[in-house]
Design a binder for this molecule. Sequence first.
Ligand SMILES: [Fe+2]
Length: 361
Amino acid sequence: MRLLSIDSVKENMQIARNIYAADGNVLLGEGMALTRGYIERLKDLGISSVYIVDHLTGDIEVDELVTIQTRIDATKAVKETMNGIRKGLGLDGDKVCKSVDKLMDELVANRNIIYNLVDIRAMNDYNFGHSIAVCILSLLAGIFAGFGYRKLKELGVGAILHDIGKVFISEKILNKKDKLSPEEYQEIQKHTILGYEFLRKNNQISAVSAHVAWQHHEHFDGSGYPRGLKGNEIHEFARIVAVADVFDALSTDRIYRKRFFPHEVVEYIRDKGKELFDPDFTRILLERIAPFPIGATVLLNTGEKAVVMKVTKDMPSRPLVKVIIDKDGVINQQPVDLDLKKDLTKYIIEELKDEESVTGL
Ligand SMILES: [Fe+2]
């Protein structure tokens, strides 16, 4: 099984794992062959990568941080919540809290599993998938920061609703492909205040959860909005959600740009994020993320090409891989396992893009 970007897949390749729509229906089932029409549809739905059957690597088990059913339920809850608010029905806080509870339970139980980007990404359209991904990432940071049940719950609710204010912003501006005018940008920035004002009126949502909506675009160095708060002036939940938000946004295809690979996002956040994000929460979160997700095709420093088979929490950047192409570019018909944790002379340089990632398929 191999993980390919949607731009690299070709007709007749076979799907290795079900692909789900935001409503939980199976869009394409395991074993189905891709057609041009399917590929276009997946692109339209914003699905950025899919698992493809690959005889060189065989089947790979992907440990799930959160079960598919829980993700589907949470996605549905967010979708219904947002649509309800648009229709003037108000917010069903109970429904949202129940989804967060379920996500928390599973994340706590699966705390030894590393966040594998595709767990979440290959199933949703952007807005709803984004809320769930940000919630999962934020909860992961909270769990490993040692938060207790009550704090985790408030963090999770704030995270899942962080962008709720966007329901009050015109979709025309939100979905604009071209560069935003200064006025439009100002308009979008209002989602923070609008979200906060909306949430604080709801007595099922705690004040600190509402603050996440208000403060998640504040930067640690004071360069963010809406108030330009700095360091610890920003509530710790919002400092966590700020990193999770950027991590997920950069990892996803958007109308105006292509996604970045996880290792590129990790590097960006480590480097650029020094000023923007809380250093402690950033470190805690990045330690839980697989820079090279399971199924990714990667280039090693030896020139060999390999597929990531297993990622472990002690050294996420040194996974177990299967070498499928040797250093001379010859396909290994019987690929060999290589544990990068044991062979320290070898390391991954990058995840391969496009044409390069389908070699040997
Ligand atoms: Fe936002």
